[in-house]
Design a protein around this ligand. Structure first.
Ligand SMILES: [Zn+2]
Ligand SMILES: [Zn+2]
Ligand SMILES: [Zn+2]
Length: 130
């Protein structure tokens, strides 16, 4: 996979994502790379990563896109059927290592993608309350 990330700009965006424990928005990445490249370039890189099966998009409860690194995906084949979690206190969005089973659909419906977002309180915010 490393071979595909051949340009310097792609490498920089990838590093930001790799060093983050949670999913990042376009704004988060732009801020981390302040001055390194413009928003449009970052957006194109993220779209490229998505097509290559390197990152997937998570839509949060406000409809905002976050990007998270894929673990088992290949080019044009995403298998990100895991739960996503958003903390209502700090707003962080994480991939959870819990697979989402395909729901039993009524006849005539086929499942293409499952967006499973759970909201609640993350471990960090829970510790603060103790
Ligand atoms: Zn994926
Ligand atoms: Zn939190
Ligand atoms: Zn995920």
């Amino acid at each position: 996979m490393a071979k595909k990330r051949n340009t310097k700009t792609k490498e920089l965006v990838w590093k930001v994502m790799e060093n983050s424990e949670s999913a990042l928005t376009h704004d988060d990445i732009t801020q981390s790379l302040r001055g390194e490249m413009d928003r449009v370039t970052i957006y194109r890189i993220l779209q490229g990563f998505e097509e290559e099966g390197l990152v997937h998009k998570v839509i949060d409860s406000a409809g905002k896109s976050h990007y998270a690194i894929c673990r088992h995906c290949t080019e044009h084949h995403h298998h990100d059927n895991h739960m996503h979690f958003q903390c209502v206190t700090c707003g962080v969005v994480n991939c959870l290592d819990k697979e989402v089973r395909k729901p039993n659909m009524p006849e005539g419906y086929t499942v293409e993608e499952i967006n499973y977002l759970v909201t609640g309180c993350c471990p960090d915010c829970r510790d603060d309350k103790d």
